[in-house]
Design a protein around this ligand. Structure first.
Ligand SMILES: NC(=O)c1ccc[n+]([C@@H]2O[C@H](COP(=O)([O-])OP(=O)(O)OC[C@H]3O[C@@H](n4cnc5c(N)ncnc54)[C@H](O)[C@@H]3O)[C@@H](O)[C@H]2O)c1
Ligand SMILES: [Zn+2]
Ligand SMILES: [Zn+2]
Length: 341
């Protein structure tokens, strides 16, 4: 089969590799759509993976073409990309994103920038009635849903989100679906601000406007009920704390670019306002709390519509064009998908 195989940092090759042979308990999935995650960019161009070569790609959906159970063949599925150890304390309580010794499709083992992938049956999230692209959006949608669940949103709330990338946009969609009356998306990239406005959000260019002042002005001086940091910058973290109301919630989601620091004044606000500061990590995938099933169900019913977020589609062999476009930052993009042949 053809795949994009990462041989070293910056050395991604479109090449022929052996089609994976599924083991017992695994299915062979024909990959129909695989999103490029923000984390794939440093993985490919800066930091590398755990071993080389590795096929990246962890946001995917496809058709089951071989399985132990014949009734699975022909079914469509998205895939939870984490393989838990099932032994550690977190695995014992089903919080697999906290596993201390996990494996991962697309980083620690081969992923879905490929025509086929063998995946464990346990990781399949079956679906019907939506496109493969929409199902491939389930991974970032589940991450965003998990974060929203920690923001304590109530009907009528004002929610401010810093960073209007695909996950930031999905946070906005989930916030509206949770009953928020006003959702403010802030970004410094004018193309993202324009897109956020087109999606119906209150969009702020925080390079030009003081976002905290704006948020205060539209909330009668009170501040937002919840703020979510989705850019990974000290500046946006500070802005969350300045923009949120007393007793409000701040959710930290963005992977930091470097050290995250707060000014003394901002730290004092965190105390004086008695804020709740929460970190969010990945998503929950167990019977009691399953962000994946909830996300896929909401996408299927168009409670959130992720279709406008898919801005670009590329064949695997056109990977250079895809990454040049992302790294060049010259045109608007949100979620970029590989559609293998
Ligand atoms: N905590 C988790 O479990 C988890 C999981 C997945 C992704 N993430 C992180 O969540 C964040 C959002 O994901 P994404 O895929 O939408 O990322 P993305 O990189 O596509 O979007 C980030 C956005 O933030 C904007 N931005 C950068 N600096 C800014 C600033 N100073 N002020 C305002 N906006 C700024 C960028 O212009 C961009 O639009 C990323 O940091 C990602 O690493 C976290
Ligand atoms: Zn991802
Ligand atoms: Zn574990």
């Amino acid at each position: 089969m053809k795949a994009l195989n990462l041989h070293a940092v910056g050395d991604l090759r479109y090449e022929e590799v052996p089609t994976p042979v599924r083991e017992e308990g695994e299915v062979l999935l024909k990959v129909k759509a695989c999103g490029i995650c923000g984390s794939d960019i440093p993985r490919i161009f800066k930091k590398g993976t755990y071993h080389f070569p590795t096929i990246p790609g962890h946001e995917f959906a496809g058709e089951i073409v071989d399985a132990d159970k014949p009734e699975l063949i022909g079914k469509k599925a998205a895939v939870f990309p984490l393989l838990p150890c099932r032994k550690c304390a977190s695995c014992q309580v089903g919080e697999y994103a906290q596993c201390s010794d996990y494996d991962y499709y697309g980083s620690r083992r081969d992923g879905a920038y490929a025509e086929y992938i063998a995946v464990k049956e346990w990781n399949l999230v079956p679906f019907e009635g939506i496109s493969y692209e929409e199902a491939a959006m389930c991974e970032p949608a589940a991450v965003a849903l998990h974060a929203i669940g920690l923001a304590d949103i109530k009907i009528g709330d004002t929610v401010a989100i810093f960073g209007a990338g695909p996950i930031g946009s999905m946070l906005g969609l989930w916030a509206k679906a949770s009953g928020a009356a006003r959702v403010i998306l802030c970004d410094i990239d004018p193309t993202k601000v324009e897109f956020a406005a087109k999606m119906g959000f209150d969009a702020v260019n925080s390079a030009q406007t003081d976002a905290a002042e704006y948020i205060k002005s539209v909330t009668g001086g009170r501040g937002a009920d919840a703020c979510i940091e989705g850019a990974g910058a000290s500046q946006t973290w500070e802005c969350c704390i300045k923009s949120v109301k007393s007793f409000g919630h701040v959710v930290c989601m963005g992977n930091p670019f470097g050290d995250m620091t707060l000014s003394q004044g901002c730290y004092s606000q965190l105390l004086r306002k008695q804020l709740t500061l929460r970190g969010t990590w990945n998503s929950s995938y167990n019977d009691a709390h399953n962000d994946w099933r909830t996300a896929l169900d909401a996408i299927s019913k168009h409670i959130i519509d992720v279709r406008p977020l898919v801005s670009h589609r590329f064949a695997l062999e056109d990977y250079q064009k895809a990454f040049d476009m992302i790294l060049g930052r010259k045109e608007f993009y949100s979620k970029v998908m590989f559609i293998p042949a």
